[in-house]
Each structure stands twice: as C-alpha cells, then as structure tokens.
Write a protein that binds this ligand. Structure first.
Ligand SMILES: O=C(O)CCC(=O)C(=O)O
Length: 355
C-alpha cells in the first residue's frame, strides 16, 4: 500500500477468508489472486459465503475484451452527446478530440436511459448468475452510473449506497464493472470488509477534502482507514458490494491522458419494495415502490403494479470549481483530513468471524 495514502501503521485486515473453490482463472491481474476473487465457474456456495461474510467480491472475466471495447466506445459517444445531449453539456464539436471531451465528466448517472449498449450490460450473464447467488433468485435493477475519472479527478469519500438507494431488506448490491484496469494509482475502489454486517447506516457529513467529489462522507463507524482493502481488478472484472458496505475511492493519480472508467449497476431483490426518491403525495411511505426498474432474474411479485420510465441521464458535479449543492465556491475547504474520530462506535470484533 502506498505511504501517500496510508500514513498510519498497518492494522489487521478485516477480510474473512471463507475458503472454497475460486474457479478457473484467466486474468493475469492482480498477479497474485487475493481472497474473494472468483471466476464465473466458481462454486456458487463459496461465492455466497464470501459475500455474506465480507460484503463484497470480485468476479473476474465477466465481460470479454470485445465487450469492454464496445462499452468504452459507447462511453465516448455518450460523452460527445451522440446518444442525446446531456444536461448543460452541448453536443461536442466533431473536431474536438475525445480526450478533451472525456475530461469534462467525472460521472454520468443513468447512462442506460440513452444507450442500448449500457442497457445490455445490465443483463451480462455471469454477473446475473453471481447476483442470484448473493441476492436470491429474483433480482431487479434500478440504477446505473458511468464513471469516467480521468487522471487528476477526485474520488468518492466513505459512504454506503443504501443511504442513497434504500431497500427494505438490505439487498442493495452494486456491480462495479471495470472498463479499464483499476489500480491504487488510478483510483480503484477501497472497501472495509464486513462493514455491512451490523446493518447500521452511519451519519453523514461534509468532508471538506479536495481528494473527494461533492458527496458527503459517512462518519462515526468503528473501523480505521488502514483496515481498508484496495480492490484492484483487470478490465472486464466486476466488483459486487452490498449497499451497507463502507467503500470509497481515491483520486486518479495516474499519468495524464489515462482514465479509470467503470460502469456501476445497482440491483436488489424483487421481493422488497424500493422506497426511492420522493413518495407521491397520494401514497404512504411504507407502500411506496419505485417502479423504474428492470427485472434481470426470476419473477417480480409486484409486476401487477406495472413499470415506469422516470429517469433521464444526468451529470454528477465533480467538485472542481466548487460544488453548488454545498454552497458553491463560497464554501470553505479545511485542509485535507481523514474522517473525523468515531463518535458512537460499537466494538468491531464481531465482524472478524464468519456467520
Ligand atoms: O468508482 C468510484 O470511484 C466510486 C464508486 C462508488 O462509490 C459507488 O459506485 O458507490
């Protein structure tokens, strides 16, 4: 681990090695396969056990090299406005170089709403099989995000995705598809293994840290940054992580002109309502069920409710030039700091074993 990232002495990893068969490997990165990296032919029970204990796993070789090339090409076309103009981003001049266009974006939300290629990725067969192992037989999709993250772009501070997309059964699962090799240098994901297990949504606050984008950070949890695990993966791998898992990414510090692109799709069980976004005035919160979803496996017991088309692609502010939602350029940024000390921290020891 780089000393620029971790200044304090190493703390023991929280990863629980559940053993089991990890499958036939084709990837050559990372050179030594860490615990929790599986092939599509891995034993489903081993996949399920590792995910239940640690809250994440890597599925290697889920996408072929050709599929990844298609997704990267499509990413460029979306950024150029060739799949429809994005809010506040007019279509790019055909003479403008791709690199100059791509650098304008940190992340585009809901790219599947304008792109058949992005929609097809939602149904990637090895990923859907893994989702049925970790969620259950009935799986629905509700959200996509396309990270471009050119060199120099910020990361995302510690957070839990269920803070943003609440399920009723804690089944939210991110599928983070690496379009480029993701490394510590270029801003891969970092996870706090097992941090999903208490089922607590930690408080959030503004981080005031230039390493991260405009989203708040989670605070008050009983884990240290040094216990985090970098999830370095080859292009075509998918990192699955539970919606209660604390995770973050650091800035892309790789050489200029390179990217750390990732398509992140979110899924959950079909059995749970999805009380996401604003509840319509005529409905009780407890019965609200967001229906702009796609069923990817099994049956939807609420199919009789019908389906909606609510979202459009949006562009996430990256933090450069100030974040309007936090007060724009008038907001003061203290010196870069790690997160604040835990305020009400239960002992983490119960995380260090398998259920
Ligand atoms: O890809 C990243 O840099 C961050 C992704 C993330 O935090 C998420 O998908 O929730």
């Amino acid at each position: 681990m780089s000393s620029a990232i971790l200044e304090t002495p190493a703390a023991p990893s929280l990863v629980v090695d559940t053993g089991g068969f990890a499958g036939t490997r084709r990837s050559d990165f990372p050179a030594v396969r860490p615990t929790g990296y599986f092939s599509p032919d891995a034993d489903p029970a081993a996949v399920q056990r590792f995910f239940a204990a640690n809250g994440y796993l890597v599925l290697e070789d889920a996408f072929s090299a050709a599929e990844i090339e298609t997704l990267k090409r499509e990413t460029t076309l979306i950024c150029r406005g060739e799949r429809g103009e994005l809010p506040d981003h007019p279509r790019a001049d055909p003479a403008e170089l791709d690199d100059s266009v791509l650098r304008r974006f940190l992340c585009i939300h809901f790219p599947h709403k304008c792109s058949a290629v992005m929609t097809a990725a939602i149904h990637n067969a090895p990923s859907v099989a893994a989702l049925t192992h970790v969620i259950g037989p009935n799986v629905k999709f509700m959200q996509s995000m396309l990270f471009i993250k050119a060199s120099g772009k910020p990361g995302q501070a510690w957070h839990q995705d269920e803070d943003y997309i609440p399920t009723r059964d804690r089944s939210l699962t991110g599928a983070w598809i690496a379009l480029d090799r993701a490394t510590i240098d270029n801003g891969c994901l970092w996870v706090l293994p097992g941090s999903h297990r208490p089922g607590i949504l930690w408080e959030q606050q503004w981080h005031g840290d230039r390493r991260f984008d405009c989203s708040d950070q989670s605070v008050g949890f009983p884990y240290r940054d040094e216990q985090a695990v970098p999830v370095e993966v080859a292009a075509g791998s998918v990192v699955f992580f539970n919606g209660y898992l604390l995770h973050r990414s650091l800035p892309n510090r790789a050489p200029e002109g390179t990217y750390r692109r990732a398509l992140v799709n979110h899924y959950m069980s079909c059995e749970s309502f999805l009380p996401w976004g604003k509840t319509p005035d005529d409905q009780h919160n407890a019965r609200y069920d967001y229906r702009d979803i796609i069923i990817v496996a099994g049956q939807d017991p609420y199919a009789y409710r019908g389906y909606a088309d609510i979202q459009k692609p949006t562009v996430r502010p990256s933090g450069e030039g100030g974040c309007d939602k936090w007060g724009g350029t008038t907001r003061t940024y203290p010196a870069a700091t790690e997160r604040t000390a835990p305020v009400h921290a239960p002992a983490p020891t119960h995380l260090a074993h398998d259920d």
